[in-house]
Ligand binder design. Structure first.
Ligand code: B12
Ligand code: SF4
Ligand code: SF4
Length: 318
């Protein structure tokens, strides 16, 4: 099929802004839905994790909109964000992992809309599992740690998907692929302290992932050791050891710095409405205002043990 001008202009606009993008037929969404349903039916997915994190997908919303022809999936590079807290006279450095910023979603949307407006095209939000779409469209591959990797960005990118009435490009829709490197490598399995990555099954045990627990508004389970935490939110252990990220690790030069009083406000879990303007502004810069409630608990375990030497070494070598 010869791609339409609207299709090529969309992909070119994304590429010119540094994004990777693919446009696939909307008919494939059924397969994504079936694969997820099969995992649930075979009880491969923990029920608590499923009910808390996977029930927001809407696989059928496009059926109500006749004009929808495709899903546009975008990948935007994002760095780790350096953050520093002042605690008892010492600077504690930590990180917010890539993908916690929604700014690139807004940029992708704006870029695509600008093109579609020229052709009278439409763009709609969609709530779909984006990794599977990215992998089957050829944009990325599934690492053993279940994070997706591209040759260009390693795993340091955020994915986003939209429905549209743009014709699919050449509708590349392949198998789920794992990078060649993962066949013999198990570095992420060894690096994952919680045992979430299973060497005998591809699907990780997401209910054991540190990120599931430090993004959750519940006390940490007793089996999670404080010394395992390595970021203000999320976890970078399986990505920082990964050879597919060699030369691809990006970290912001400047740190977002919280002074003694700002650090104290967070540690004391001062209600969001009462925190100072400067603390609020910095948390907004980190895109973590919606997660503010988690930060006091998460930061406490980090300041009580200081920043880990292994982390500094990995970053120094990157
Ligand atoms: C729920 C969720 C989580 C959960 C569960 C993660 C998980 N692995 O399922 C928790 C809270 C633990 C989490 C953690 C993180 N997340 Co998250 N998360 C999501 C979310 C909302 C849905 C993911 C999902 O669908 N999970 C359900 C499982 C069943 O789907 P799946 O992992 O794709 O599984 C498929 C494969 O296993 C495949 N499969 C099965 N067998 C086999 C065999 C082979 C050989 C192959 C190749 C494939 C294959 O089939 C499965 C179903 O299609 C997405 C956003 C979105 N809308 O999609 C972000 C998302 C996946 N998260 C993301 C990130 C960055 C993370 C963290 C790295 C954050 C961090 N630094 O802490 C960690 C990584 C944890 C990890 N190792 O996966 C990014 C990933 C970007 C990327 N480059 O891939 C996403 C896409 C957000 C975004 N918009 O960019 N996350
Ligand atoms: S650490 Fe090794 S096994 Fe894990 S995702 Fe990276 S290359 Fe694959
Ligand atoms: S993000 Fe951390 S806890 Fe989750 S799978 Fe990777 S190393 Fe394990």
């Amino acid at each position: 099929m010869v791609p339409s001008r609207m299709t090529t202009d969309t992909l070119n606009a994304l590429a010119a802004a540094g994004f990777d993008g693919r446009i696939v037929s909307v008919r494939h969404i059924v397969e994504i839905e079936e694969m997820m349903a099969e995992l649930v039916a075979k009880r491969q997915i923990d029920s608590t994790f499923y009910s808390e994190r996977l029930t927001g997908f809407r696989f059928d919303s496009f059926r109500k909109l006749k004009a929808v022809k495709s899903v546009i999936v975008t990948a935007a590079a994002q760095p780790m964000v350096r953050v520093r807290f002042s605690y008892q006279g010492t600077d504690i450095e930590t990180f917010v992992p890539p993908t916690y910023s929604y700014d690139t979603d807004k940029t992708a949307e704006r870029l695509i809309r600008k093109v579609l407006d020229n052709y009278g095209g439409h763009l709609m939000d969609c709530a779909l599992p984006v990794k599977s779409i990215a992998v089957r469209s050829g944009l990325a591959k599934y690492g053993r740690n279940n994070i997706t990797y591209s040759d260009r960005f390693g795993s340091f990118f955020r994915l986003r998907a939209f429905y549209s009435d743009v014709e699919p490009a050449d509708d590349d829709w392949g198998e789920m692929k794992m990078p060649e490197k993962c066949v013999r490598c198990h570095a992420c399995v060894s690096a994952c302290k919680t045992g979430a990555i299973d060497k005998d099954r591809f699907l990780i045990h997401a209910e054991r992932c540190l990120t599931f627990h430090n993004e959750r508004r519940c006390p940490f389970p007793a089996w999670v050791e404080n010394k395992w935490h390595n970021c203000l939110i999320g976890c970078m252990d399986c990505q920082l050891v990964c050879p597919l990220n060699k030369g691809k690790i990006t970290v912001t030069e400047e740190a977002v710095m919280f002074d003694r009083n700002e650090t104290r406000e967070i540690l004391d879990c001062i209600p969001k409405e009462e925190i100072s303007r400067s603390t609020r502004m910095k948390i907004r810069m980190l895109n973590l205002l919606d997660d503010y409630q988690l930060l006091g608990r998460n930061l406490r375990v980090l300041v009580e043990r200081g920043s880990g030497p292994q982390r500094q070494q990995v970053l120094a070598e990157s």
